[in-house]
Structures are given as structure tokens and as C-alpha cells.
Design a protein around this ligand. Structure first.
Ligand SMILES: Cc1cc2nc3c(=O)[nH]c(=O)nc-3n(C[C@H](O)[C@H](O)[C@H](O)COP(=O)(O)OP(=O)(O)OC[C@H]3O[C@@H](n4cnc5c(N)ncnc54)[C@H](O)[C@@H]3O)c2cc1C
Length: 365
């Protein structure tokens, strides 16, 4: 069986590895000059950092965890985040026990007592206000959201808020509660390298609807991980994304500069939203460190925009329908770009595994 995979990010590379191991003839086409998509690790004087943003693998999916740990060694890193509010460093997500030290505590406490039983899902802002009260929302979330999305939070849908916004009463400090968490020794590129070992990859070649037939000639199945609006040359319109840019600073001689892997900066006094020190994840003991400043508003496809009217989701669904209509049922979508969704890495692996499983099942029939 011959399979074409468009895109060499985690989803495409996962599908490629599974299909190759099952005996398929696999070919990967990648538009960039390097493979791995969002997952890259670079180094400054030996200190690892991630030029496309911090990544922590966390999952409750045992099969995904086994798939990854069979290929790379995962360091037992547990991710903790702090946030700079009112000249203090506080836990993120906010811990109610720490909030008593804030000058606004009387208002915060009253608003917490008056919260409704069910949060309104009208938009992102109403949901957050009902979960944590107006004061906490204004300190921790609103300005960060304005910077991150470049719009009033009222224009954003509530649907993704529960995954990101939480108020804690239990003192649990790790950001994620998943049973499996870690960071690959040596960085994420080790994982992609392991997945693509022995797989032919053509770098620097983008596939569009124009060139698709030529690339797909003679193949039994295709895994498509490219953004569909670009792939179809914007036939139905453009799918908007919000992107981030990272500015990386090497600091010689230091062990660590930040108190943990990520420090959020919600305040509008700085344009960046967070600072990242990958050395906390990589566990390196060399002298020197890299601190990366994350600035929102870059022209990159990082976060799909879930508008409150659901217009963008509707357009993404129209593009999905176009795939079946114009390309046929042997084309399988996987990954964040093709599905126009924010997915974590475990979901990218899961989608790659599922696409490969569907293709192998069809081949058996
Ligand atoms: C700032 C940031 C931080 C994140 N942090 C975390 C985290 O802490 N934990 C976590 O689990 N997840 C995190 N994620 C999510 C994670 O990055 C993704 O889940 C994962 O990388 C998605 O892999 P993918 O293969 O779907 O997409 P991508 O990595 O984008 O790969 C798609 C590939 O397809 C290529 N391509 C696109 N179009 C074409 C074309 N037409 N022809 C050929 N090739 C094409 C692209 O160049 C790219 O290499 C984060 C994401 C961002 C943006």
C-alpha cells in the first residue's frame, strides 16, 4: 500500500511511523525546509530552547504515552506556572488561599460568594466573570486575553474557556492534572526524528489543490495535515488565526532566572504575555540559560479564532466538506491546521494514530 502524508508535524509524523511499521510505502511532503512543524528545539551555547513556544506533553491517553515513550525517553517534568499580578508572583491557575494577600481581597471574596451556580456561556467574558468574579477576572485574565487575541473578550466564544481558566481551592500547584506528563530528553526534535527514521521526506515542497493530483498519483490513501483554506487557495475565504512570536535571550553564567518554567504577565504595561525558561523542562545543569519572551499578534497560524457567532467554525466545516467532494474519501484529515482546532500534542498523536488505523482498516477490506 502506498500512502502520501502532507505535513511533517507531530500528527503527520505519527501517521507516517505507524503506517511504515505496518509495511506501507510512505512518503512525506513538507513545505518548510525542516521537519517537525510546531515542534522544534534549538540551542544557544548548548542550552536548549523552543523557538515556536513551550511544549509540555501531558495526557491521560495511555496508548499515546506508550507510543511516545517507546520512541524517546521522557524526563519526569511537572509543569508549574506563575503569574505577575499587583507586583506579586502568584500561582497560575489562581489559588484562593494566596489571594488573601491582594489589596482587592475584600471585593474578590464578596464576588466569589455571589457567584451563580452555573456560569453563563454567552461569551468568554461572561463565563470567566461567573467562574471567578469581576475583580479576579480583571487582574488575571482580561488584559492577558486582550493582548493574546487582540480583541475584546466579549467577541470570543465561551467554549474553550473551561479548558484554560480555572480557580483552585485545593493547593494543587501543577498546571496539568493528567497522569502522564514529561519533556523528551534532548528536546522534541528527538521524537520527530525517531518517528521519521527510515521514512522518505521531501522538504521545501508545499502541496495545494493544484499539485495534489500529481503528488497523489498511484497512492491508496492520503493524510492531509495542511490548513485547508491555504490548500484550496482560499476558494471559500480565509480562516483567521492568531499567532505568537518568541524573542529568545541567552543569559550566560546563570542557573535559572525565572522561578519556574513559565511566568505569565497579564498586565498591559508589557506587550509580551509570558516568559519561558526551557531549562526547567530540559533539566540541563550547564551554566547559562535562555529566557524566551512570547509576544502575541504575529502573522502565524497558532490559535484558531473561535468567534462568538461561530462563523469561523462554519467556514472550517465547509472546507472539510470540500475535501470529501473534491479529493475523495481516501483523504484523511489530521492535526491542528487541517481541522482548524487548538489541539495539544497528545491529541495530535491520537489523530495521527487514528488516521493510520482507518487507512490500515480500509486496506484490509
Ligand atoms: C505557542 C504554542 C504552545 C503550545 N504548547 C503546548 C503544550 O505545552 N503542550 C501540548 O501538548 N501542546 C502544545 N501546543 C500544541 C502543539 O504545538 C500541537 O498540538 C502540535 O504541534 C500539532 O502538530 P500538527 O502535526 O497537528 O501541526 P504542525 O506542527 O503545525 O505540523 C503541520 C506541518 O504541516 C506542514 N504543512 C502545512 N501546509 C502544508 C502544505 N500545503 N504542504 C506540505 N506541508 C504543509 C507545516 O509546515 C508543518 O510542518 C502548543 C501550541 C502552540 C502554538
Amino acid at each position: 500500500m502506498k500512502v502520501l502524508i502532507i505535513g511533517s508535524g507531530l500528527a503527520g509524523a505519527t501517521a507516517a511511523a505507524v503506517l511504515k511499521d505496518a509495511g506501507a510505502e510512505v512518503r512525506v511532503i513538507e513545505q518548510r525546509p525542516v521537519w517537525g512543524g510546531q515542534l522544534r528545539t534549538e540551542n544557544a551555547n548548548g542550552i536548549l530552547y523552543e523557538p515556536h513556544g513551550a511544549h509540555i506533553l501531558h495526557t491521560a491517553d495511555q496508548q499515546v504515552w506508550k507510543f511516545v515513550t517507546d520512541r524517546v525517553e521522557m524526563l519526569p517534568y511537572r509543569h508549574q506556572v506563575m503569574t505577575e499580578v499587583c507586583d506579586r508572583l502568584l500561582s497560575w491557575p489562581p489559588q484562593v488561599s494566596e489571594l488573601e494577600q491582594l489589596p482587592q481581597w475584600a471585593d474578590i471574596r464578596r464576588e466569589l460568594e455571589q457567584r451563580p451556580e452555573r456560569a453563563r456561556t454567552t461569551n468568554f467574558e461572561t463565563w470567566c466573570e461567573d467562574i471567578m468574579g469581576v475583580t479576579l477576572y480583571s487582574l488575571f485574565v482580561r488584559p492577558y486575553t486582550v493582548k493574546q487575541w487582540g480583541t475584546d473578550p466579549k467577541n470570543l466564544a465561551a467554549q474553550w474557556a473551561p479548558k484554560r481558566i480555572e480557580l483552585r481551592h485545593d493547593g494543587y500547584r501543577d498546571l496539568f492534572r493528567d497522569p502522564y506528563q514529561g519533556w523528551p530528553r534532548g528536546g522534541y526534535l528527538k521524537l520527530i526524528d525517531a518517528l521519521l527514521r527510515d521514512v522518505p521526506v521531501e522538504l521545501g515542497a508545499g502541496v495545494t489543490v493544484e499539485s495534489f493530483a500529481e503528488y497523489a498519483r498511484g497512492t491508496d490513501a492520503v493524510v492531509l495535515t495542511a490548513p485547508l483554506d491555504v490548500f484550496f487557495e482560499h476558494a471559500l475565504g480565509e480562516l483567521p488565526w492568531r499567532g505568537v512570536r518568541l524573542e529568545n535571550h541567552f543569559i550566560p553564567g546563570a542557573d535559572h532566572v525565572l522561578p519556574c518554567g513559565v511566568v505569565n504577565h497579564p498586565g498591559l504595561d508589557q506587550a509580551y504575555t509570558r516568559r519561558i525558561e526551557t531549562k526547567w523542562m530540559s533539566g540541563q545543569t550547564l551554566k547559562g540559560t535562555v529566557v524566551s519572551y512570547e509576544y502575541p499578534g504575529a502573522p502565524a497560524r497558532h490559535y484558531p479564532v473561535e468567534d462568538v457567532e461561530g462563523k469561523n467554525r462554519g467556514l472550517a466545516n465547509d472546507y472539510r466538506a470540500l475535501v470529501t467532494e473534491e479529493l475523495g474519501p481516501h483523504v484523511h484529515l489530521a492535526g491542528r491546521l487541517a481541522t482548524y482546532t487548538y489541539i495539544d500534542m497528545d491529541q495530535a498523536v491520537r489523530q495521527g494514530l487514528n488516521a493510520a488505523a482507518r487507512i490500515l482498516k480500509q486496506a484490509d477490506v
